[in-house]
Design a protein around this ligand. Structure first.
Ligand SMILES: CC(C)(COP(=O)(O)OP(=O)(O)OC[C@H]1O[C@@H](n2cnc3c(N)ncnc32)[C@H](O)[C@@H]1OP(=O)(O)O)[C@@H](O)C(=O)NCCC(=O)NCCS
Length: 444
């Protein structure tokens, strides 16, 4: 096993004498020796560093968690410097090429690839739970017709805990897996319903006979009584996109799931926190922003002006840059290829031309090269979703459906991790010292 922090040393090795960090506090002249385990020091060990007995002890200041490991995880490995992404050790390109989304979701949640029987049972288990309670249908139908589908998805997923109160029994692993299956199964149904609500169509029920991707397509696009035939290449492209989004270690939404889950609430609340975090334009909303940006650019001729605007900080090049990848996002390569395969079926989207040219110019420009800004997974995924005739608001919903197995595996890992407690960061207080209440009559 490897961790980012221990690329050179085997994980879980006991700290040898030399595996310590010696810190001298120049305020007191005292020296402290802190154990190094897995290439990290424990932040709480710093608390022994004090000026005097009344001192609270040293803390670290790490806004946005730029350099803090919040957990031990055996699920996903990323080496952003060289562009590696692996689920449970398997490279993302092999999974995208050879596997299916349900197989990957089994892998993430059980830790191993399923054999034939296991995959068949997993598939049947999920298919059997794809129906969603009528009360949640009413929740979806209760929103305004133009409600953003991510807000609808977030509310409806949280609402599922009203139907499964037993989900609060976190101590039973079988019970946890039952809820995981429910969320895997019901998220596409709710996502499709949120879309149907937007387009003023009846909310369709899932068909347990269909594959995961096929079911999703049918629930979104069929008319009542009319079933469309989708090209298998479209189904496969959708399945690949779901695989690419399935997990990405401790990103913003996964951290939200873990943080909310750490209060021992049920998994539906934790997963709905993941949806809420994913909704933001700097996270899952980025592919929607990419499409808007490409439309605004409008033609290849306007690219130089746009790039100039980015360099002058008037714009962000959406779909570029990543907190972790300082190299080509390995998923972006696969999405780029998949986009071309989809366009063979649907016809070329003129925005693809702009995207390809924009990428070419940006990759050669010193501004982007110096900052190691490369296309991320969202740069091309929106173009595929648009080719599938999905409105931009639905792109993040598709991302949420894909990310669900990752959130669930991470939540389950958290619940089973004896080192975890309720998440509770510290702060550096910069406000007023104590002051007396001012009556209203004396306020300016
Ligand atoms: C993803 C993202 C939030 C990561 O942010 P981050 O890790 O905090 O990176 P930083 O903001 O520190 O960026 C480092 C530098 O690159 C610049 N930069 C980062 N992403 C940029 C982008 N998309 N366009 C233009 N400049 C960008 C920053 O301005 C900064 O420049 P500076 O050092 O001269 O100030 C950021 O790259 C971004 O906003 N990208 C666009 C949104 C997107 O595609 N999100 C999807 C992620 S999968």
């Amino acid at each position: 096993m490897t961790t980012k922090a221990t690329k050179r040393a085997p994980a879980k090795k006991a700290a040898a004498a030399s595996e310590t960090l010696t810190v001298t506090d120049n305020r007191t002249g005292k020296t402290y020796e802190l154990p190094i385990v897995d290439g990290t020091i424990k932040a709480t060990d710093l608390r022994t560093i004090k000026v005097d007995d009344d001192d609270f002890g040293m803390m670290t200041y790490d806004p946005a968690f730029m350099n803090t490991a919040s957990c031990r995880s055996a699920i996903t490995f990323i080496d952003g410097d060289v562009g590696i992404l692996r689920y449970r050790g398997y490279p993302i390109d092999q999974l995208a090429e050879k596997s299916s989304f349900l197989e990957v979701s089994y892998l993430l949640n059980y830790g191993e690839l399923p054999n034939k029987t296991q995959l068949s049972e997993w598939t049947q288990w999920i298919n059997a739970h794809a129906f969603v309670d009528e009360s949640i249908r009413s929740v979806v139908e209760g929103f305004r017709h133009d409600a953003h589908p991510m807000a609808v998805l977030q509310a409806a997923i949280g609402g599922l805990s009203t139907i499964y109160p037993e989900s609060k029994e976190l101590g039973d692993p079988d019970n946890r897996m039952q809820q995981i299956v429910r969320l895997m199964a019901k998220t596409p149904t709710i996502g499709a319903w949120a879309f149907r609500r937007n387009i003023g169509r009846a909310l369709l029920n899932p068909n347990p006979e269909r594959s995961y991707a096929s079911n999703l397509l049918h629930m979104m696009f069929d008319e009542s009584g009319i079933e469309y035939n989708f090209d298998p290449r479209i189904e496969r492209a959708l399945d690949i996109l779901l695989i690419l989004h399935a997990d990405h270690e401790q990103n913003c939404s996964t951290s939200a799931v873990r943080s909310v889950g750490s209060s021992e609430t049920d998994v539906y609340q934790a997963a709905s926190a993941g949806v809420a975090a994913l909704y933001g334009p700097l996270h899952g909303g980025a592919n929607e922003s990419v499409l808007k940006m490409l439309r605004r650019i409008g033609s290849k001729d306007n690219i130089p002006d746009f790039v100039q605007g980015v360099k002058e900080r008037r714009e962000l090049l959406m779909g570029f840059g990543h907190r972790v990848y300082k190299n080509y996002d390995p998923r972006a390569k696969i999405v780029h290829k998949t986009a071309h395969e989809v366009f063979e079926v649907t016809g070329v989207n003129p925005l693809l031309e702009i995207a390809v040219e924009l990428e070419k110019i940006a990759l050669e420009d010193e501004f982007f090269v110096a900052r190691k800004l490369y296309p991320n997974v969202d740069f091309y995924s929106g173009l595929i979703y648009e080719a599938l005739k999905l409105p931009a608001e639905m792109f993040t919903v598709m991302f949420a459906i894909g990310r669900m197995p990752g959130w669930l595996a991470q939540w389950n890992e958290l619940v089973g991790d004896s080192e975890q407690k309720i998440s509770r960061p510290r702060q550096i207080y910069v406000g007023y010292d104590e002051r007396n209440y001012v009556p209203m009559s004396k306020r300016k």
